[in-house]
Structures are given as structure tokens and as C-alpha cells.
Design a protein around this ligand. Structure first.
Ligand code: TEU
Ligand code: CA
Length: 577
């Protein structure tokens, strides 16, 4: 049988270049900074890194708006720096993935600049242009689709007198994948240019949005209070999606590159399998959003309140997504709780109340995500238990256009109603993407060692860095950092149980303690996690009796089989009789 691919049992560390490590004191993280931290990254025990976009970009959306696929954003470094990084990873036996952002480009990409010159431009059809529709003589966008960052998904171009589609920001026009020349140019420029340099694969941004429903009809009205409607059903998982990915798959195969596709709005397992089944040969795995979407508004993402979730809801989402990688389906997926678009997991599902509850819950959540099946992704700072920005921070500290647009939207529609604005701020303090983008906390020196002491970091450093940083946790054998190292080692040593075990939730309706099993042919794991800040009684004795077992990982000293302390977690390994 062919050798199992390297990525199945792998742990992958995600790096956000702007916020990792600044090497030259301009307040912006950069490639030399990352290269200088590779020994640290290797010491975690990860197999690969995924680097968020480092391409040339005007940075309206932190590099997800690319103006040149074949160049690097100057403050991050040069193409030569990326080559150095690739070699340095490979020298350490690690692999490297780049971000592939090809649903849209920046409005400053040469293709779009040409496309917008006139209706007759040879590149006109590389983007999605449509005439206005007029209602009572008033110019209106072609349909009612809402942009993912708010407002209409269409922008009027006065010079060429048509609207272009942008599912994300105005500065991120969508490419027209219906055009074969466009696709060929994307493959050449965005993919092959970097594959030839020896990268090992891609994280594929918004992988299910390239094929839009070509009717461009109005989306059904699901949010009657607002003008523009969420239109997922008309631009996600469209009719030619699989055809496009099969085409792309040929190139990936040629370079033996793996892919992890970002797959929002796809709750049906059968639909997910269309992308990741071994038969389909399209993507190696995907990021499903079921778990991280918990507690978010259905109409407006931030239209929600903190702690708007229950444990039964969370475990149902986990059970649903675990099916993909636990051997019961012909497919593969991922396990993750954080990335650059998500608030910090401890602030969402754990506790920051006291140093003890913070540390305990950081380890408990680490046990959760690392014991699940699928390829494991760890986001920078997660390994030291970084948390959301303090709730007291002013709105002006938030830099993400998604947060800013949302707050401005609330301000406009409520005419600055103070109650509504306070609610919007609380929602952002809980869920904004900014929380993942605070500078990495390396040590207790001013600016947390992220940049030089005199510099002004592009985003404010968390006030708690003196207590919560890499240096301090390195020398503390009980730290979250050293716990992660141990956990990743145990996961690597037990691939059949951790990365590939068959998940079963034995008590799906339990509100406070999450106990589940991960099975294989000769052994199983019993994982017990207390999601509350109080001691809870459990019956572990009956689950462990009759087999020989040992504790693989735990976050408390004592191990009574009838109770768990606040945020306690344990992972047992049981041999089959
Ligand atoms: O995200 C796409 C996506 O669908 C969401 O995760 C989105 O960021 C979120 O719902 C917005 O509220 C990807 C990138 O991960 C993200 O950083 C980019 O902003 C986006 O694509 C556009 O390229
Ligand atoms: Ca820098």
C-alpha cells in the first residue's frame, strides 16, 4: 500500500507575519523575525508551518488583498527571504505551507487595473462586472447580495459605468473563474511560482466561493431588517466548484503538494466529502467552521452576546465534524480552535478570571483540540495561552476592517445610540478577529519582545504580557507552553488514537463535563474535560474498570475517579482486552 501522506498525523503551526516577530524595529513583524524563531517553533514539536499572506498588498485586509502574487510585501521582506525560510524549514525537517488567496485580488493588482479601464478591456471578463439596475430612475446594484464585510457586495465604477462584485471588501474584487484564461493566470502566478520554489502546500482561502451561481439573482430575504442579504447559498459550493478544483488538483499532484481548504457555510458532511474524500482527489483536508462559529449571530456575525453557547451544542458540532477524519468516512479533515480570524479560545470557552483558572482552562482546551482526529492546527500564541484584548480597550485599538465596518454600521443605523454601541463594543471585545492579531508575547520587556522597546507596534500589545510570555513559560515546567510540548509529543506517539481514533461522545446532553472516547483496534482514549469553574462529579471508575489503563495527560495532580476540579482535564489510554 502507498505510504500514508505526511500530513495526516501532523501538527501545523500557523504564523501571522505582521504580529509574530519584528526584526528591524519598524513595529511590523517580518520574515527575518520568523526565521529567527524557527528553533523555538521546532521546539514545540510541530511538523510544519502555515504562513499567512506575505505577498505584496496595500493591506486593506492584512494581505488577503494581493496586488502581486509574485512579490512580497516590502515591510515583511523579499522573495529571497521566503526562499531562505523554505530552506530553513526543510533543513529542520519541517514543511511549509503558504496561503493561496485566489477568490479575489486587490483592486491594485495589475489585472484589475486593466480590467476597469473600459468595458472593452481584454481583461474586462477577468472580474465580475454587471450593469446597474434602475428602479424609478435610481441606480441600484445588480442584486441584493451582502458583502461578508458588510454593505452591498457590488461597487459602482464611475469610469467604466458598471458594478463589480466583491464578496469581501470593496478593495477585494472577485476574480471571474468562469474565464479559462483567468484560471490559467492564477495557477501560473499564484501557485506555480511558489511551488517551483519548493513549498509543500497551500492553505486555500475561501475554497468554496470560486464558482458563483451565474444567475446572480437576489438572495432570499433572511434578514428583513436590513437591505443587503447574506447570499451564501448563491456563491458557496457553486455548480462548477468541483470542476475547478479538479483542474487545480492536477497542478498540486504534479508538485506533490498538500492543501487545506477553508470551507465556510458547508454544514452537510456529504457536501464536505465532495471536497476531501480520497476518491474526489480535490483537497487534502478542509477547515470546517461548525465549531468556531458557535455562539455567533446568524444574520450579522457580531450580532451576538458573549457566552452564547452551551456544551451540548459544542459537543454536537464536534461530533459532526469528527466523522470526517475518524476512519468512518473516506475523507480527512482538521482539528483547530483558533486562527487569525477567530477570537482567542480561552476567552471564548475557558476562563480568564484568575491565573489558576486561566492556566487550567488553557490546558483543558489544549487537551480538547489535540485529542481530536484530523490534522491539528495551532495558532501562534495559542501555545502560551494568549487571550483576547482587555474589554476596556477603546474601539480605536481595533484595526481589522471587519470590526471597523461593523461598528460604523451600528453607529449609522442606530444614529449612535449609546446602548447599541455598547452592545456592539461588547460583541467585538468577545469575537473580533483583532484578538488573534495582537503581537506575540515573547518576554517581559516593553513591547513584549515583539519589537524594539522604542518602536510603536502596528497593533497594541496586550497589557498582560509581563505575566504571560514565552520566556517566562519556558522556564516553568508547569506552564501552558511546556504542557503543549508534552501534549504534541503524546499525540505524535499515539497517532491511531489521537489523529485517527474513532470519536464517540458518551453523554451528548451533559451541560458541564465533556467525556468522550477515541477508539482504535487495540486501545482507546477516555477524555474527561470539565468546562465549568466548579468541581463536578463524574463516574470515571466504570469507564476505566476491566482494562489496564494509564493517564497520558492531565492538568491537576490528584486523580479521584469520581470528580473533576474546575476546568480539570484528563486523557487516559485503555488497552483492549
Ligand atoms: O476568510 C474567509 C471567511 O469566510 C471568514 O473566515 C471571514 O474571515 C469571516 O467570516 C469574516 O467575518 C478568509 C481569510 O481567512 C480572512 O482573513 C480574509 O479576510 C478573507 O478570507 C478574505 O480574503
Ligand atoms: Ca519589521
Amino acid at each position: 500500500s502507498p505510504q500514508a501522506p505526511w500530513w495526516k498525523n501532523a501538527s501545523i503551526y500557523q504564523i501571522y507575519p505582521a504580529s509574530y516577530k519584528d526584526s528591524n524595529g519598524d513595529g511590523i513583524g517580518d520574515l527575518p523575525g520568523i526565521i529567527g524563531k524557527l528553533d523555538y517553533i521546532q521546539s514545540l514539536g510541530v511538523d510544519a508551518i502555515w504562513l499567512c499572506p506575505m505577498y505584496d498588498s496595500p493591506q486593506y485586509d492584512m494581505g488577503y488583498d494581493i496586488s502581486n502574487y509574485e512579490d512580497v510585501y516590502a515591510p515583511y521582506g523579499t522573495v529571497a527571504d521566503v526562499e531562505t525560510l523554505i530552506t530553513a524549514c526543510h533543513d529542520r525537517g519541517m514543511r511549509i505551507l503558504l496561503d493561496l488567496v485566489i477568490n479575489h485580488t486587490s483592486h491594485e493588482h495589475a489585472w484589475f487595473k486593466q480590467s476597469r479601464t473600459s468595458k472593452d478591456s481584454p481583461k474586462r471578463d477577468w472580474y465580475i462586472w454587471r450593469p446597474a439596475r434602475y428602479e424609478n430612475g435610481v441606480r441600484r446594484p445588480p442584486n441584493n447580495w451582502r458583502s461578508i464585510f458588510g454593505g452591498s457586495a457590488w461597487e459602482w465604477d464611475e469610469a467604466s459605468r458598471e458594478y463589480y462584485l466583491h464578496l469581501f471588501a470593496v478593495q477585494q474584487p472577485d476574480l471571474n473563474w468562469e474565464n479559462a484564461d483567468t484560471r490559467a493566470a492564477v495557477y501560473e502566478s499564484a501557485m506555480k511560482f511558489w511551488l517551483r520554489k519548493g513549498i509543500d502546500g497551500f492553505r486555500v482561502d475561501t475554497v468554496n466561493m470560486y464558482s458563483k451561481n451565474q444567475s446572480f439573482r437576489d438572495a432570499p430575504i433572511i434578514d428583513p431588517q436590513h437591505e443587503w442579504q447574506p447570499a451564501w447559498s448563491l456563491y458557496c459550493n457553486g455548480p462548477r466548484m468541483h470542476e475547478f478544483l479538479r483542474e487545480m488538483g492536477q497542478i498540486l499532484l504534479e508538485y506533490n503538494a498538500m492543501t487545506v481548504g477553508e470551507l465556510p457555510n458547508t454544514p452537510q458532511i456529504a457536501d464536505v466529502l465532495g471536497y476531501v474524500s480520497a476518491k474526489a482527489q480535490q483537497l487534502s483536508m478542509v477547515f470546517q467552521f461548525d465549531v468556531v462559529d458557535i455562539g455567533q449571530g446568524t444574520d450579522l456575525r457580531f450580532n451576538t452576546v458573549p457566552r452564547n453557547w452551551t456544551l451540548p451544542d459544542l459537543r454536537e458540532r464536534i461530533a459532526r465534524t469528527q466523522q470526517l477524519s475518524d476512519g468512518t468516512a473516506d475523507g480527512w479533515s482538521t482539528t483547530f480552535l483558533e486562527n487569525h480570524d477567530q477570537a482567542r479560545s480561552i476567552s471564548r470557552w475557558g476562563s480568564e478570571e484568575t491565573p489558576e483558572s486561566w492556566q487550567r482552562s488553557a490546558k483543558m482546551l489544549a487537551m480538547l483540540v489535540a485529542s481530536l482526529s484530523g490534522t491539528l492546527y495551532v495558532y501562534q500564541g495559542q501555545e502560551i495561552g494568549m487571550v483576547n484584548a482587555p474589554v476596556e480597550w477603546e474601539i480605536s485599538e481595533y484595526k481589522d476592517l471587519d470590526s471597523i465596518n461593523y461598528y460604523d454600521f451600528v453607529r449609522t443605523v442606530t444614529k449612535s445610540n449609546p446602548v447599541a454601541l455598547a452592545k456592539a463594543k461588547a460583541a467585538l471585545a468577545h469575537l473580533a478577529r483583532d484578538h488573534a492579531r495582537l503581537p506575540m508575547q515573547w518576554d517581559a520587556t516593553p513591547n513584549a519582545g515583539f519589537t524594539s522597546e522604542e518602536a510603536k507596534p502596528w497593533m497594541r500589545v496586550h497589557d498582560g504580557y509581563a505575566a504571560l510570555n514565552v520566556k517566562r513559560q519556558t522556564v516553568d515546567s508547569n506552564s501552558v507552553l511546556n504542557f503543549w510540548r508534552e501534549l504534541l509529543r503524546v499525540r505524535r506517539e499515539n497517532p491511531k488514537l489521537f489523529a485517527q481514533g474513532v470519536f464517540s461522545d458518551t453523554d451528548p446532553s451533559h451541560e458541564s463535563v465533556f467525556v468522550y472516547e477515541k477508539g482504535s483496534t487495540d486501545a482507546k482514549l477516555v477524555v474527561a474535560l470539565n468546562f465549568t469553574g466548579k468541581a463536578q462529579s463524574v463516574d470515571l471508575a466504570s469507564r476505566l474498570s476491566g482494562s489496564s489503563y494509564k493517564t497520558l495527560v492531565k492538568n491537576c495532580e490528584e486523580e479521584p475517579l469520581d470528580s473533576l476540579q474546575a476546568y480539570e482535564g484528563r486523557i487516559y489510554r485503555l488497552e483492549k482486552q
